[in-house]
Ligand binder design. Structure first.
Ligand code: GLN
Length: 191
């Protein structure tokens, strides 16, 4: 059975665990480097990316995470998780770092205060003909992608889903609206 971790420092961990369990994965929260060693794939959930960043450093998880990403572990980052996977961020919090891995530039809180949160759907042809249900909560957008990055989905002309190698990042929360197809794509990555 595929062992999938959900980085459980802050954010909507339970919802991801529920989707993964629903797909038959052996899913567990990850709070230490030892726990990280035991998984085949990882979800970095939404939440507050600057807080998750700080906690990875305090808990000694930053370098182990960077190592597993460099070694090709499949990772799905949703919202704050996408920000953590990005090589470059705009509108970062003071001192905020990312784990990196995705050759993209992401803007935090790109929808501003006007439209902090909304539900919509995102056409992702690589995942299926029916658009993916998506909850956007103080969501980032991808403003620039490197040559090796595939754009998987756009919302009103802005890039909100990307993939590069084993890394998959989405601006929104598929786990909150009952659509498990993005998680299925992560599980399909596990060799
Ligand atoms: N705005 C948050 C951040 O910067 C992300 C919001 C979310 O994950 N729903 O991390």
């Amino acid at each position: 059975m595929t062992r999938v971790g959900v980085l459980a420092l802050q954010g909507d961990v339970r919802e991801h665990l529920a989707v993964l369990h629903g797909l038959g994965a052996d899913a567990a929260p990850i709070r230490s480097a030892a726990q990280l060693e035991g998984v085949d794939a990882l979800v970095i959930p939404g939440g507050e990316s600057s807080v998750i960043d700080r906690l990875t450093r305090i808990l000694g998880l930053r370098e182990p995470l960077r190592q597993r990403i460099a070694d090709g572990m499949p990772v799905l980052g949703t919202c704050a998780g996408l920000i953590l996977l990005a090589d470059r961020i705009l509108d970062a919090a003071p001192g905020q770092q990312t784990l990196g891995g995705l050759d993209v530039t992401v803007r935090r809180n790109a929808y501003g205060s006007q439209v902090d949160s909304f539900e919509s759907s995102v056409a992702m042809p690589a995942i299926g003909d029916v658009p993916v249900a998506a909850s956007f909560i103080r969501a980032p957008v991808v403003e620039q992608v490197g040559d090796d990055v595939t754009v998987l989905g756009e919302h009103e002309g802005r890039i909100v889903a990307v993939e590069q190698g084993a890394l998959l990042g989405v601006s929104f929360h598929p786990e909150l609206v009952g659509d498990d197809r993005v998680h299925r794509r992560l599980l399909a990555r596990v060799g």
